[in-house]
Design a protein around this ligand. Structure first.
Ligand code: MN9
Length: 311
């Protein structure tokens, strides 16, 4: 049974990475370790098998196995949102039902991808998933899947069970527009980590993003300061965070985040191909870049940076 209502899902929510071992197989031991690590970072929930979680690279069975491992470990301490997007409604509906059966609190999905589906087909997709599971749906708007127009967002908010949106785009004034159109109880999550300050300024209820696998500490401070209206401090912290984010992106975000988890004891996990496998040479360059950054701005209370510096 779900324990949290969508209205209770607020704060910093990592879009969790899915650990694969050096044979590209799901690594359940590392999954448990990463879950434990993230839960030690004052996070307010976890978002599973989305873009960061390489959900589209996994089979339906693997996705179920991974989600089960995380939910078992979290054991109701924070809300769980499961991204169930797949290429067919049939697969997404199966994942939605599974999410409900094992106690997830909400489901989420990008609109169906690859073919250009009509607006009615997209609406039916979301309706089918809500109906299949009875769980609240958090629509996921991200350029990777083709951004949904504001008019379409308005339509989707009218559907039964659609209770929020994860909004990853630079047009963050839409956070405000969506709230204005639907009302304050419709949850809006800011999905661009480097723009968290803007999302929060426009009234976002939470931050869901990939870099919180490593930077949760820093973003929890951003969240707390924003709640207390210390926007000067929020800006300073965001600037620090962005130095890290841009360093990750420069070297290839997904494989780099997985590599850096080594410094909190989660070793040898990689992204599935076609994401690159980092060479030792490249790993050394990343380490050196981060050490340079450390000289400038310190470790900012980040566990992986402490690990790297003391390595
Ligand atoms: O919304 C993530 N977007 C993608 C989630 O993965 C494309 C973000 O968390 C970004 O990874 C992050 C870094 O650009 O803002």
């Amino acid at each position: 049974m779900a324990k949290f209502s969508t209205k209770q899902i607020k704060g910093v929510i990592p879009a969790m990475l899915t650990p694969f071992n050096c044979n590209e197989e799901l690594d359940l031991q590392a999954t448990v370790k990463l879950t434990k690590f993230l839960c030690s970072q004052n996070i307010s929930g976890l978002y599973l098998t989305g873009s960061t979680g390489e959900g589209f690279m996994m089979s339906v069975d693997e996705r179920k196995t991974f989600v089960e491992a995380v939910i078992n470990e979290v054991n109701g301490s924070v809300p769980i949102i499961v991204h169930v997007g797949a290429i067919s409604t049939k697969a997404s509906a199966e994942l939605s039902k599974h999410a409900r059966d094992i106690g997830a609190d909400a489901i989420s999905s990008v609109p169906p991808i690859y073919w250009r589906f009509t607006d009615d087909e997209v609406k039916a997709y979301y309706e089918d998933l809500v109906q299949a599971s009875g769980l609240p749906m958090i629509v996921y708007n991200i350029a990777l899947a083709g951004l949904v127009s504001f008019d379409m967002i308005k339509e989707l908010t009218k559907l039964d069970g659609v209770e929020g949106i994860k909004y990853t785009s630079s047009t963050l004034y839409d956070v405000f527009r969506i709230k204005e159109y639907v009302g304050p109880d419709f949850m809006v999550y800011s999905g661009s980590d480097e723009l968290a300050i803007s999302g929060l300024s426009f009234g976002a209820d939470g931050l869901i993003g990939s870099t919180y696998n490593l930077l949760a500490n820093l973003f929890v401070r951003i969240w707390d300061n924003a709640k207390n209206n210390n926007m000067k401090e929020v800006a300073a912290l965001q600037q620090y965070a962005n130095r890290y984010i841009f360093t990750f992106i420069k070297h290839n975000l997904m494989p780099v985040m997985k590599y850096l988890l080594k410094y909190v004891g989660i070793d040898n996990i990689i992204s599935r191909r076609p994401f690159e496998r980092l060479t030792t040479e490249k790993k050394n360059i990343i380490d050196e870049d981060l050490k340079e950054l450390y000289k400038e701005i310190g470790a900012c209370g980040l566990d992986f940076m402490e690990g790297l510096i003391n390595d």
